[in-house]
Write a protein that binds this ligand. Structure first.
Ligand code: KIV
Length: 272
């Protein structure tokens, strides 16, 4: 069974790069805790991302900006304990890599040392290239992130489609090449036109993973809570819901509440 064989190999940055060479699409999902990460790992996902989207879906913030380095490390530890096969990538949160190259390297190393994650992901192109180069020189595997970069929401003024115009598209292509030349093992492209996602994937040798970047990228990533239907109000065009767990969770909880209230839980067989 393909799920079983997918789950037998331990993924590394090198096996992820090889998938592109072999023409195998790469699957990536976010996870923020041990229990769900274990299910993802057993189901054969290639990469688990402890995304800073945890700020939204775990902590209830309206942006990714408030989550801290220590909070990301706390979440990543649980995911690391669960993942026996998937590559574990942890987002560097806002403020942890923009101040200086030295601080960026120190924080990236802290993530790897304390959480056991295999790699870090950070948002941006040319403007954060010196930090990325220092991290890679220090032995930290780095995944880039271009297009819609949610940590810059206050600069963009929202979460709309990025790189629609020629100038922004050309900058994105330029940045993607810089990230590859700097030694990133992969790049995420978020919410850009499909044709641009395909072009960047064709031009780069490293895997390009898309979210809202069309079908021409080397792999796809989604936020777990969104694709499971747990985040009921969120339904952008690029999102496919592979389950409606929000509906199921509410039905199960309502059934539990009713069973407690009417005294039918616990039954004879559910007590000592
Ligand atoms: O934080 C996150 O979940 C991400 C994905 C959207 C790629 O960066």
């Amino acid at each position: 069974m393909s799920v079983h064989s997918a789950a037998t190999a331990r993924q590394t940055t090198q096996t992820i790069i090889k998938k592109k060479l072999d023409g195998e699409k790469i699957s990536m999902l976010t996870s923020y805790d041990f229990t769900l990460a274990k299910l993802l790992d057993e189901a054969g996902v290639d990469i688990i991302l402890i995304g800073d989207s945890a700020s939204n879906v775990v902590c209830g913030n309206s942006t990714t900006l408030p989550i801290t380095l220590d909070e990301m490390i706390f979440l990543a530890k649980g995911v690391r304990r669960a993942a026996e096969h998937a590559l574990v990538v942890c987002d560097m949160p806002f403020g942890s890599y923009q101040i200086s190259e030295q601080e960026a390297v120190r924080n990236a190393m802290k993530i790897l040392q304390l959480s056991g994650a295999d790699a870090v992901k950070l948002e941006g192109g040319e403007e954060i290239l010196p930090a990325i180069k220092h991290m890679i020189q220090a032995g930290v595997p780095v995944m880039g992130h271009l297009g819609l970069t949610p940590q810059s929401v206050n600069q963009f003024g929202g979460y709309g489609l990025r790189a629609k115009g020629d100038a922004e598209a050309e900058k994105l292509v330029h940045d993607a090449h810089l990230l590859e030349e700097a030694g990133c093992f992969s790049v995420v492209l978020e919410k850009i036109p499909a044709a641009l996602g395909k072009r960047v994937s064709e031009e780069l040798h490293i895997p390009v993973i898309g979210i809202g970047a069309g079908n021409g990228t080397d792999g796809q990533v989604l936020v777990l809570h969104d694709m499971l239907g747990l985040n009921e109000g969120f339904k952008p065009k690029f999102l496919r819901r592979f389950a409606e767990l929000g509906v199921q969770v509410k039905a199960a909880v309502a059934e539990y509440v009713a069973a407690v209230k009417d005294g039918s839980f616990p039954s004879e067989t559910e007590q000592y």
